[in-house]
Design a binder for this molecule. Structure first.
Ligand code: BTN
Length: 246
């Protein structure tokens, strides 16, 4: 069972979850806040987090997994969150490797997983979810309007944040059990193609200073993105950012 901690305001639910874990809070739990003052995105970016009916939540775990399994952890949680959103909101949410959720090519959510590791063991993991729910996008900068969406914009409906959080939490609880008993591996392999928004697309991977172009061709058993390059060779991407070539 997940304990839920509900806040009006916090710097970042991920930071709060990390503090709770450091202070010995039992896991799993979920921290939700109506707004964040220092919401964090991937790659050191900020995650704009006003109080406008969007969802900011972080799930805290002490998973019995090794550091190499962390990317599978995020992908597995990602498809489960998609499935939950799709069934409630009647949208077609997919995962853009490694951890964005997209609806019809536009980003509806971002996932930020942060883990504390020691030797070959993950001590704790925090999965942060920023989901655009009821925002109509009118307060977004122009460049964001082109690439982002909300559940309301994609479905034409508004949603109760609390109901959404409890459904997603229930789903994550089930997914976490499957992770513990190892059944997520086969399930991810089987279900990934349905949620893979990059499959078969020409993409470019940006990894620091290097650029790799090719066709996205699913994931391997460790969760790395398979890129088929023009010269016929395969590149396995374990990190980086992907853009779809038009
Ligand atoms: C990304 O796409 O860059 C990931 C964004 C993750 C944002 C969420 S909002 C809740 C949690 N707390 C944070 O500070 N970040 C994550």
């Amino acid at each position: 069972k997940f304990k839920a901690i509900v806040l009006d305001e916090v710097d970042s639910t991920n930071s709060e979850a990390e503090r709770l874990i450091a202070n010995g809070e039992n896991t799993p739990f979920v921290v939700i806040s109506r707004l964040q003052t220092i919401g964090r995105g991937r790659l050191g970016r900020a995650w704009h987090s006003p109080q406008n009916g969007n969802l900011y939540a972080s799930f805290g775990f002490r998973p019995q997994i090794s550091p190499t399994q962390m990317s599978l952890f995020t992908l597995w949680m990602g498809i489960n969150i998609c499935e939950c959103i799709n069934s409630i909101c009647r949208v077609n949410c997919q995962v853009k490797w490694p951890n964005d959720l997209h609806i019809e090519g536009k980003k509806v959510a971002g996932i930020l997983t942060e883990a504390r590791m020691e030797a070959d063991q993950v001590l704790s993991a925090v999965l942060g979810l920023g989901l655009n729910v009821n925002s109509d996008g009118s307060d977004w900068p122009e460049e964001l309007k082109q690439i982002a969406t909300s559940l309301r914009q994609s479905s034409g409906q508004s949603f109760d944040i609390n109901k959404l959080v409890s459904a997603i939490t229930g789903r994550i609880a089930i997914a976490y059990k499957q992770l513990a008993d190892g059944s997520h591996r086969a399930a991810l392999k089987e279900r990934w193609p349905r949620y893979d928004t990059l499959a078969g697309k020409s993409i470019r991977l940006i990894q620091g200073d290097s650029r790799i172009s090719g066709v996205a061709s699913g994931i391997d058993n460790s969760g790395a993105l398979i890129i088929e390059k023009e010269d016929g060779s395969r590149f396995l991407a374990r990190a980086g950012e992907v853009t779809i070539e038009k």
